[in-house]
Design a protein around this ligand. Sequence first.
Ligand code: GLN
Length: 538
Amino acid sequence: MARYIFVTGGVVSSLGKGLSSASLAYLLKSQGYKVRLRKMDPYLNVDPGTMSPFQHGEVFVTDDGAETDLDLGHYERFTNISSKQSDNITTGRIYSDVIKRERKGGYLGKTVQVIPHITNRIKEFIKKDITNEDFVICEIGGTVGDIESLPFVEAIRQFSNEHGKSKTLFIHLTFVPFLKSSDEIKTKPTQHSVKELRSIGIQPDIIICRSQQSIPLDQRKKISLFCNVPIENVIETVDVRTIYEAPISFYNQKLDKQVLKYFKLKSKKRANLNPWKKITKIVLNTKKSVNIAIIGKYVNLKDAYKSLDEALVHGGIANKVKVNLIRIESDYLKNSEIKKKLKNASGLLIPGGFGKRGTEGKISAIKYARENKIPFLGICFGMQMAIIEFARNKLNIKKAGSSELDKKCYPVIGLINEWDKNGKIIKGTDQNLGGTMRLGLYEAKLRNNSAINKVYKSRSIKERHRHRYEVNNSLKDQFENKGLIFSGMSPDNKLPEIIELKNHPWFIGVQFHPEFKSRPLAPHPLFSSFIKASKNHK
Ligand code: GLN
């Protein structure tokens, strides 16, 4: 049986539970163990797919098409282990499963209750789809003491009771503040948080203390004494200079060593920290920079484009440049301002998006980048906007649009099967918003000698999708005659997946989201190439 490591958080949220879990996973993996990471989210949405980025940041998409919490992105980026549908569960999903079963009479007349029915379902999830993993790291969202997370905490308590301490380990991440006024590090919040955890039956085995500065031995001893944890299992994590330093920092603090010791295991090989050391050095020492303009609805919101921000940094690492983002809110972008706003940009990126707000500004900015030969990368919605721009201004289809945004437009972008050969709408658009998207990994065939073929150095790729609308393929010849080619197509040749401009230094739009597959230790070729082109611009 796999060993289960449960990670809870206390005192405040956003302490970096995801990053700690991901770093630990990397360290265990690099010492020869097979690891899996899971996230339990205590909200009532069945998945985060329908949540606004204002609520929960980016929706991360897995290979198998699950719309998941953005922490799974951290997990993948740090471990390069692809997450699956079964790696993210929410209270909403658990309850909906249990209620569905109750309606079918699946509980044989019993009263259905949080304990044992909800907790049993959570325990099933914890073990589901695990084969020969050595470690399963399960992170519990939220903060201990929240009403919402109680069933999850109760479920892991039962799980540990049933499978024994030799198979389960509890890590609790807390905050150890430094009070400037008294020039002191305070351990009381940690003591209270652990007390809260113990009151619901869990004694942590390891405490990770997040702190702005190193915690003196005396204070660590205090935490050890009051929280009933051996001193070597009180691990500090001081703010790192870049997140890529986190695995190195946890290694230096011996987190992995204490975990292995707890399970009476030895490392199978030495942890390899060289790649992290290398990129930390690049990130901290790179002087040269490149300005990339990004136009979107949520550009000023931290985490709304988490994977994208990361992928751009990775592209910078590959080219040894720092990527400065010029964040432009599409809602307030006036046509007259575009030239001024893009003046210092060496590249333009239009990311994924939904809905009409702010689209005209994006379309005008794409026109500017096309005409002024500024490197352009359009992702999903960004590619769709590039198609609309080209149709309006080069094919002279003035009413060209997307049926997502305007039911009366000429749909150069529409739902699959929505257009006929003449571009007329033949199918209504009043579909359900849940379960109607193209999600997850799809193959695309790339045209020989195209720009995209050179970027990927391959004729066949697989990338992750998350969209409802598609490029209307019936206008392909018209587009190509004017110089915009459909250089990547679905294997049946029906769905345009990649577009590019012929007479432009770098102008590529992709229907998928390459950012989900970029890794700091393996930057995505599209981002490396885009940043390279932007670096060479001007
Ligand atoms: N709104 C567009 C669609 O559904 C694009 C989605 C996206 O950018 N992820 O097709």
